[in-house]
Ligand binder design. Structure first.
Ligand code: MG
Ligand code: ZN
Length: 387
């Protein structure tokens, strides 16, 4: 007996003694030139478990969360960096989405966003218009028609391709000022992101924030002030163009997500909200693992806010997916105890590979298996709007 216990003690002692050693080995693994490939690990944040107990078969609210450029490896980099667990682990219904656009095997975010927002495949660069440049109705616009509340949240400029695909209709994603003007053609309740200059510093000399105020919007630039808003219409423009990286902007995305949900939930008919973790894509383009991880963990914390609401509300469908993968990322090393992750990349562009789809709440089971990106729109539209 004593001997047996001694053996366990010895094993425990060896395990404890080896911990700093493995951390040191991890450090030594970072060769010169590898700095952008290795995320060293930081303190983990706590992840709560949420139980899915949907009230009915159809949701009252839909929260669509798009990790721009988020492939399975970006997700697993995040899982490793947070010691083996993310809020994403709560999703029980998982599938894959094929992302090809109408004219290219490899999509961009405009065509990828338009497929999700309208259910139609179009050409790369198109913002909710078809291959003939004819406007396509978005799920956000259809939700407005049905008197549901609607919102958009992003870390990039709110006029950037992904959020723009849900509200604007332009032949080119780079028509930022025209995209900003399109925000005034809808009854969207809340939008929070960067892009202030596309509303104020314009070639037509207009200050669209004046028009927004006339339409009843509270126009705010400070995230602290934005977080205080509980009702009414809100235009939160937190940066001239894009917000800073995750380590610079702090908890802007989780706070903006929570704020948007609080405001939209005042509508008794329900709501549609799209939240984008915009810069996971940019970390991929940069072939930069710490950048990817920082954005992935930030996006996951925003997912946590959506789950926190959805698990209590029980009438909200949360869908998490991507428009495409970026970087051809792979995980070539890592450590679940320290959170160290080493990434490898095959391109500085997007890739063609399928991206994950995660669903939680009423109707979530519809989102398992392999589907087209346009199917995500079709399923979500049918569940929320009945068509
Ligand atoms: Mg985007
Ligand atoms: Zn990209």
């Amino acid at each position: 007996m004593v001997l047996k216990h001694f053996r366990y003690l010895l094993l425990a002692a060896i395990f404890v003694a080896s911990m700093p050693l493995s951390a040191q080995e991890t450090y030594q693994e970072v060769k010169p030139g590898d700095e952008n490939l290795v995320y060293q690990g930081q303190d983990f944040y706590p992840v709560r478990n949420y139980v899915e107990k949907p009230k009915g078969k159809r949701p009252k609210n839909v929260i669509l969360m798009i990790g721009d450029g988020m492939g399975v490896d970006h997700v697993f980099a995040g899982i490793t960096a947070n010691g083996g667990k993310l809020f994403l682990d709560n999703f029980r219904h998982v599938g894959f989405s094929k992302t090809q656009s109408a004219d290219k095997y490899i999509t961009d975010s405009a065509a990828g966003g338009t497929a999700l927002s309208t259910g139609v495949r179009t050409y790369n660069g198109a913002i909710a218009v078809d291959t003939q440049r004819k406007p396509l109705k978005t799920i956000l616009e259809s939700a407005v028609d049905k008197k549901l509340a609607t919102g958009l949240v992003s870390t990039s400029a709110i006029t950037h391709a992904t959020p723009a695909s849900f509200i604007a209709h332009q032949g080119s994603r780079s028509s930022y000022e025209a995209i900003a003007a399109d925000f005034l053609k809808t009854d969207i309740d809340v939008f929070i992101g960067g892009g202030y200059k596309h509303f104020t510093d314009r070639h037509d000399g207009k200050d669209l924030t004046d028009e927004l105020k006339e339409k009843g919007y509270q126009v705010l630039q400070d995230i602290g002030a934005i977080a205080q808003v509980k009702s009414g219409k809100l235009a939160g423009l937190t940066a001239s163009e894009h917000n800073g990286r995750a380590n610079e902007r702090g908890d802007l995305l989780p706070v903006a997500t929570e704020t948007a949900i609080t405001i939209l939930n005042n509508n008794k008919k329900g709501f549609f909200l799209m939240v984008e973790g915009s810069m996971i894509d940019w970390g991929g383009h940069d072939n930069n693992t710490p950048y990817v991880v920082g954005e992935m963990l930030d996006f996951d914390r925003a997912i946590g806010k959506a789950l926190d609401f959805a698990s209590r509300d029980r009438e909200t469908l949360v869908i998490v997916t991507a428009d495409h993968e970026t970087g051809g990322m792979s995980i070539t090393d890592g450590n679940m105890y320290t959170g160290m992750v080493k990434g490898g990349f095959t391109t500085e562009d997007h890739t063609a590979v399928m991206v994950p789809v995660f669903a939680f709440g009423p109707g979530a089971a519809e989102f398992s298996g392999i589907m087209d990106n346009t199917d995500i729109h079709r399923k979500m539209s049918k569940l929320l709007l009945g068509k």
